[in-house]
Design a protein. Structure first.
Length: 187
């Protein structure tokens, strides 16, 4: 079931986000879950784009695209029973959704750099935002990021959004945080 639709507009162009929840994903084996997530994305995009079907494909780097709509830039994320899709005809896009969870503090050294350690309180909420923002930005750049942990720095986490630097380029991200998930989107 589609939970939310977001229309994002900025000076560079527009992108769209659909957030979908499927309770059936929770107890599925990983191999079946992946197939179901792909089917969800195809169903949602076919409906949104008023198409009889869409075929999800991936390039050699794993970046998704739709064979029937090659002009569309899309990004896909899933966590638990949540699936999020972002697309734009004009902009590169990157999205990440993460189910709220505790215990990231121990593993922060895998993704938090020294600047972030100093600038941000290392609580579960901020750590999840940092992790999700880095994932969305990595997708936005289609994996062309050197040294993931160091090359992406979350400069500011504010009520209005996230400011990040990716290989010295400043990028603004939006985010939604509720009781179930954190969603970060970039374009």
């Amino acid at each position: 079931m589609v939970i939310d639709k977001i229309h994002i507009s900025n000076l560079k162009g527009e992108s769209h986000v659909v957030i979908y929840k499927d309770e059936g994903l929770t107890n599925m084996p990983a191999s079946e879950r992946s197939d179901r997530q792909r089917a969800i994305v195809s169903e949602v995009l076919a409906k949104e784009w008023d198409s009889s079907s869409v075929t999800l494909i991936h390039d050699s780097e794993g970046a998704p695209s739709i064979s029937e709509f090659p002009e569309m830039n899309i990004s896909i994320s899933h966590s638990g029973n949540w699936v999020a899709v972002q697309w734009s005809e004009e902009l590169a896009v990157g999205i990440d959704i993460q189910v709220i969870k505790d215990g990231l503090y121990k593993g922060r050294y895998y993704f938090v750099n020294a600047d972030e350690e100093v600038k941000h309180e290392m609580n579960d909420s901020n750590l999840l935002i940092i992790w999700s923002a880095k994932e969305a930005l990595y997708k936005l750049k289609k994996g062309a990021v050197s040294r993931y942990k160091e090359a992406i720095t979350i400069v500011e986490i504010g009520e209005e959004g996230i400011l990040a630097e990716v290989d010295a380029e400043e990028i603004n991200c939006g985010y939604i945080k509720n009781d179930e998930y954190i969603l970060v989107y970039a374009d």
